[in-house]
Design a protein around this ligand. Sequence first.
Ligand code: CUA
Length: 301
Amino acid sequence: MAARVDALYFFLVGVSVFFATLISLLIVIFAFRYRRRSEGDRPPEIVGDLRLEILWIVIPLGFTMVMFVWGAKLYVETYTPPADALEIHVVAKQWMWKAQHPEGRSEIDQLHVPLGRPIKLLLTSQDVIHDFFVPAFRVKIDVLPGRYTTVWFEASKAGVYHLFCAEYCGTQHSGMIGRIFVMSPNEYQSWLSAGDNVVSMPEAGARLFQIRGCVTCHLPNDSARGPSLVGSLGKQVRLQDGRIVVADENYIRESIVNPQAKVVAGYEPVMPTFKGLINEEGIMQIIAYVKSLEHEAQAKQ
Ligand code: CUA
């Protein structure tokens, strides 16, 4: 995306420089050309010119519309990850970045990614607002407590890149930096399997699902106490109050920490909150587990 972001940026700078120069030059030229030449000099009265008015409305309108459409298109593409993207979960806290890969390996202040593969990051914060910024990829996204944000990139060159926190988040904000390692897919695979006792995210989520007792109400099929979660991710659900919402990652997270907020139609608000009982990493693992249920459900069809 970097080259395309830069192209838009250079276009904006180019237009600004062109008009700033043109206007500055005209100011100087007009100051000399139309200066007052004698005490008795009286300038002629100027009446408006419709053609001129239209011209200086239409030209800037044209330029700004180009900027708007170009920028909006790029923005939407930057924040719409491709369906086949590799999903990596990131939790920010004062003052570090914690990442976990689907296969289970986790790391701090480092992020290893394979070359030439779209990477989707699902980010949240455990305390205050942080901001995930990788200048080389032109990727920058606020990382908020209590909510997931996503961004994606595809690294096109192997190497090590800077990661910064770009939102003032406390005393050691400036030290909240890390490195992104872009490696060949083979190297990435061997890096993934190099960690000890690695439990994949869905497996870790399945364990929490057992330990925390989620499994007693959320059975493979809808039960009296709770809806089945199989194939639920990304689907629309009807709530008690008639609203229809999409059961995305944010919805599942909210349902874990604040279950009464959006109760599915046909169920009693009996689910207790798990706020403080499951940390952000754990919630992400449960989401990965719910997502894996969907894949299993598809595989069976
Ligand atoms: Cu985190 Cu600044």
